[in-house]
Design a protein around this ligand. Structure first.
Ligand SMILES: NC(=O)c1ccc[n+]([C@@H]2O[C@H](COP(=O)([O-])OP(=O)(O)OC[C@H]3O[C@@H](n4cnc5c(N)ncnc54)[C@H](O)[C@@H]3O)[C@@H](O)[C@H]2O)c1
Ligand SMILES: [Zn+2]
Length: 361
C-alpha cells in the first residue's frame, strides 16, 4: 500500500508492505550512488540494523550503521553532537542520505541530524515501533530534548521516503505495542468513525498482527495524519491541534509521574478518558462514546484511570502542569473535546472547576 503526503516540492511516499525490508535495495535504487548512513538505537540495530546494513552492502550500496543508546534520554544535545562528529569523520557530503531505523526516538534524532548536518541532507524513515509507524514518522517534526523541556529544539524536516514493515512489530514488547494502539484509537475518535468501527471489529486480528489488517490499520493512520499535515505543515493554522486530543491531560500525567512510569500511549489513554468525561460533563457528547472508547482501550490493556490512592499534592501538581501546558491560557484550559466518534471540537474556555471535578472524582 502507498500513501502520498502532498507538500509541494516536499511531497513524498509512504510504502506500507509486509516484509518490505527484505526488498529494501529496490526502494533505495535512487540512492545507488550516494553515501547512506543508518542511524538506530542499539536494540533496533541488533535486531534489524546489522542485517539491513549487510543486505545493502551486498547489493553494492555504500552504507554505514551508527548507533546510540536506547531510550528517551538519547534525544539529547550530547548524542546529537557525537553523531554529528561521527558523520563528519566518515566524510558525509551534501548528497548523503540519513536513514532513521527505529522507534520515535531514532526518528527524531536521525531526522534532527538530517535537518542540521551540512544545513540539511535527505532523510528516509524506517519506523519500527507502532507509535513511529502511525504517528511520529509522518509529519516532519524532528528534534531533541533539553533538561528543561521535551522536544524544545528541532525542525520541520520532511523525509524523502518512508518504508513501513508491519512484520517488525513482532519483536516489539507488547506494552510498547499497546501504547502505540492508544494513538491509533485516537485517530478513530478524532476523525474517522468508520476506522473506529474497523478497530472494534478487528481486535483479535490486530493482536495477532494479521498482515492484511495491520497494513490497512497503518495505512489509514498515515493517511489521516497526512491529510492534517498537508493542511497545516508547520502547525500554524491550528488544524494540527486536533491530534492533541487527550494530550493536555496526558502530558501532565507524564510530567507528574516522571519518565518511565507511564508510556506515552498509556498516559494518553488516561488523558483521552478524562477528556471524554469532561465532554460528557460539559454536554459536548453522550456517554456511549466514553463507553466504547474505554472498552477498546481495555482490549489493549491500556489504563483509563489514574491510580485511586493519589495523594492530594500529586493531584494538585497535575492541575498545575496542565495550567503550564502551552495550550492553556489565563486559568482556562484549551482542550480538544469529542462530540461524537469521528468528530472533536476545540474549546478554549473549559472551566477549571469542571476540570477539577473530573480529575479529583
Ligand atoms: N516527531 C513526531 O511527530 C513525534 C510524534 C510522536 C512521538 N514522538 C516521539 O517519539 C518518541 C517515542 O517513540 P517510541 O515509543 O517509538 O519510542 P522508542 O523509539 O524509544 O521505542 C520504544 C522501544 O522499542 C524499541 N523498539 C522499537 N522498534 C522495535 C522493534 N521492532 N522490535 C523491538 N524493539 C523495538 C526501542 O529500542 C525502544 O526500546 C518520543 O521521544 C516522542 O517525543 C515524535
Ligand atoms: Zn501522542
Amino acid at each position: 500500500m502507498e500513501q502520498v503526503v502532498n507538500l509541494d516540492s516536499r511531497t513524498y511516499s509512504i510504502h506500507i508492505e509486509t516484509d518490505i525490508l527484505s526488498r529494501i535495495a529496490k526502494h533505495f535504487q535512487r540512492f545507488r550512488d550516494e553515501k547512506i548512513f543508518i542511524i538506530s538505537d542499539v536494540r533496533v540495530s541488533n535486531v534489524y540494523g546489522v542485517t539491513l546494513t549487510a543486505v545493502l552492502k551486498k547489493a553494492g550500496f555504500s552504507v554505514e550503521l551508527l548507533t546510540f543508546p536506547e531510550g528517551e534520554s538519547s534525544k539529547s544535545v550530547e548524542t546529537v553532537s557525537q553523531l554529528w562528529q561521527a558523520l563528519v569523520k566518515r566524510g558525509i557530503d551534501r548528497h548523503a542520505v540519513i536513514v532513521a531505523l527505529g522507534g520515535g526516538v531514532s526518528g527524531d534524532v536521525a531526522g534532527f541530524l538530517a535537518a542540521t548536518i551540512l544545513r540539511g541532507v535527505r532523510f528516509v524513515q524506517i519506523p519500527t515501533s507502532l507509535l513511529a509507524q502511525v504517528d511520529s514518522s509522518v509529519g516532519g517534526k524532528v528534534g531533541i530534548n533539553l533538561p528543561q523541556a521535551k522536544n524544545i529544539v528541532g525542525a520541520f524536516w520532511q523525509p524523502s521516503l518512508v518504508l513501513i514493515d508491519p512484520h517488525v512489530l513482532g519483536t516489539l514488547e507488547p506494552r510498547q505495542f499497546n501504547s502505540g494502539m492508544a494513538e491509533v484509537i485516537k485517530y478513530g475518535v478524532i476523525m474517522d468513525k468508520e476506522f473506529f468501527l474497523f478497530l472494534e471489529s478487528n481486535v483479535d486480528a490486530i493482536k495477532e498482527l494479521d498482515s492484511t489488517v495491520m497494513c490497512e490499520l497503518i495505512a489509514k493512520c498515515c493517511q489521516l495524519k497526512a491529510r492534517i499535515v498537508e493542511e497545516d505543515e508547520t502547525e500554524t493554522s491550528g488544524r494540527r491541534a486536533i491530534l492533541n486530543y487527550g494530550h493536555t491531560f496526558g502530558h501532565a500525567i507524564e510530567n507528574v509521574f516522571g519518565y518511565g512510569v507511564y508510556l506515552h500511549g498509556e498516559a494518553i489513554a488516561i488523558g483521552m478518558t478524562l477528556a471524554a468525561k469532561l465532554a460528557i460533563e460539559s454536554k459536548h457528547c453522550d456517554k456511549s462514546l466514553l463507553i466504547r472508547q474505554t472498552e477498546l482501550f481495555h482490549r489493549f490493556d491500556l489504563p483509563t484511570e489514574l491510580p485511586g490512592d493519589l495523594p492530594a499534592d500529586q493531584l494538585a501538581a497535575l492541575l498545575d502542569s496542565m495550567r503550564l501546558d502551552k495550550k492553556s491560557t489565563g486559568g482556562r484550559f484549551n482542550l480538544i473535546l469529542p462530540c461524537e466518534i469521528g468528530r472533536v471540537e476545540f474549546t478554549n474556555d473549559c472551566d477549571e472547576t469542571l476540570v477539577r471535578k473530573i480529575v479529583f472524582d
